[in-house]
Every structure is written in C-alpha cells, then in structure tokens.
Design a protein around this ligand. Sequence first.
Ligand code: SF4
Ligand code: SF4
Length: 339
Amino acid sequence: MAELKLNPSICAKCQTRDCIMKCQYIDLPLEKAKEEQEKMFRGEKSEILTQCVTCFGCEEYCPHNNHPFFFISEQQEKLGINPVPVPVTDAMVNVLTPAGDSMAIDCKKNVIDMCNFTMLAGMLRGKIFKDVTTFGGTDNFCNLMYMHFARSSVTMKRVPGVIDNIMTKYLKKNNITDLICFHDECYGTYTKWAPLNGVEVPFKPVHFFEFIYNRLLELKDDIKPLNIKVAYQRSCSSRITPETDHFVDDIFKLIGVERVDRVYDRKNALCCGAAVEMHQKFDLVEDIQDKNVDDMKANGAAYCVFSCPLCFFTLMGKVFKKGMMPILMSDLCLKALGE
Ligand code: SF4
Ligand code: SF4
C-alpha cells in the first residue's frame, strides 16, 4: 500500500500543533499532545489514535499541509485500532464492493458522477440540470468513506479501478474531459487523496457547487432572490478541499441568501454526527448535534443547507424539530429559480 508522506520533521518544528489543539473531540494540553504525536510517529499506540472520531478537521487545521488525518487513519489500520466495531466495518466493506455491473453509456457534455447516491439523481432537474447525464453505483463509488473505518487500504485498492471504470464507460468513449462530482467526497478523492497516493486521475474533477454556480450565472435573469437566512452544514470531506467553500458564499449571494454567522461553521464546523454514530459514541453524537442545531437556530436560520446527502439524512430530523427546513444545495437553487 502506498503511504502518505506526513513529514514528522515538519511536526517537530511546529509550535502550535493546531491539528490537535483545534480538534473539537480530543482535549489534550499542548505538551501532552506533543508526547502523543511522538508516539504516533514512532509507530506506537497513542491517545490520538484511540480518541479520533475521524472528522477530517485536522486536514484543514494543519497550517503546513502535512495531512495529519490521513496519517492517523493509516496508523489506526496498521496498529489494529478499529474506530468502528470490526463486524460493522467488514459489512460496510463488503456491501460496497464494486459490483462490476455498470454499463457504458452515451453521455451529454455535462457528466455528473452521483457516487453511491444514484437514488438522488431524480433531484437533479429543471433548468440547472437540463443537459446532464448522471451515473453512479458501487463501481463509481469513491471509497474515501473507509477513512472513517481505519481501512485506507480498501480505498487504495479500489480507487484505481473506479477511475478506470469512469474513464472507460463514460468519459473516454464520449470525448469528455471533465467529471462533475455530485458528492464532495469524490471531488476530495480525485483532487487530493489520489495525487497524494500516486494514483493518476486522467480527468478534470469539477466540484458540484462550481457547476451549479456557473449554471446560475447563465440563468441570472431567472433568479428570484430568496431573502432568507440559512445555516450551512459542512461535510467531513470538505476539510480536504476548503478552497471550494467560497462557492457556498458565491451561490448564496446569487440567490439572495444570508449564510448565518455562527459558532460551528467554516473552520469551526462540527461533524454532522454520522461518523461518530458509526463509532458508537452515542452520547457524543447527541451532544454535538444539539450544539450544532441550537447554534443554527440561535442565529436565526430558517433553513439548513447541506452539501453531503449523508449529512442531510443524519441531521435532518433534529433540524426539522427545531423549526428549520433541511435542504440540499441543489434544491435551494431550484427554489430560487421558481422550480
Ligand atoms: S500535522 Fe500540521 S499542525 Fe499537526 S503538528 Fe504536524 S505540522 Fe503541526
Ligand atoms: S480527524 Fe478530527 S477527531 Fe481526528 S484528530 Fe483530526 S480533528 Fe481530531
């Protein structure tokens, strides 16, 4: 298995240890954090490895681009530290094994990879999505999810085949160079994880929000500003591509939406709770979800907008009970177009 090259010598000189000091789930004083990191670098067990809830946050906190979470996930696997009970992990690995049943199809110019959310393809409708082709399923599933299970090896084993399938069945035969990634996690896989692991990506990944933003620009005259306040729920994988966050603000500006300024947004975002639930830390799930949703409500949000469908399914009940409307970004944009 290829290994991410976290450079311990960069960490040794790092005064702030932001990866741990900004972590919202591990509470260690600075000196102890350094000690526990040193243990990790020596290949030993560490409190960081056992307490990490795999939120991806430290990928963004590290000011030196040293990829601490990818390293943590690999070390967990090497040392047999399983954040999710092994039978659950094994079941998840098996159930999403590439089925090998995807068919080559003729595609329109805009091709959207739905990852494993093909059941949501019907939501991509109206003027924004009038000329798109969608595909998805296990053969096209990015597999980055296994970082939550300390199974980087599964991601490594499967991603090259997934890329090959996407090229062969959809892109190459239709002379298409760009792949629009419905799931933020696919975008992170192809723009960050793959290059770091020496996996070639022969297409240009396009973030779903970038596609929506550009389409909204074309449809500018049809937009009726929504004039509402919304809370935005970041996804875990957005932590590896924080440079895409501006598309949220850009889209909101176009459709007349105010992103509420709240405690748990942007760098200080909280996990939706899905990963923590898989880790069976149920009290923590309740705690972070309540803090997060209360923060949305207290800052006047009428809607909570999601990028990731899994975050949407995980948090929608609590959002709704607090009197706010959970909604995916694409649906919010259709609403601004009166669709
Ligand atoms: S991973 Fe980044 S933030 Fe953490 S100790 Fe190393 S250099 Fe510092
Ligand atoms: S992935 Fe999240 S929980 Fe784990 S160490 Fe990084 S910030 Fe903390």
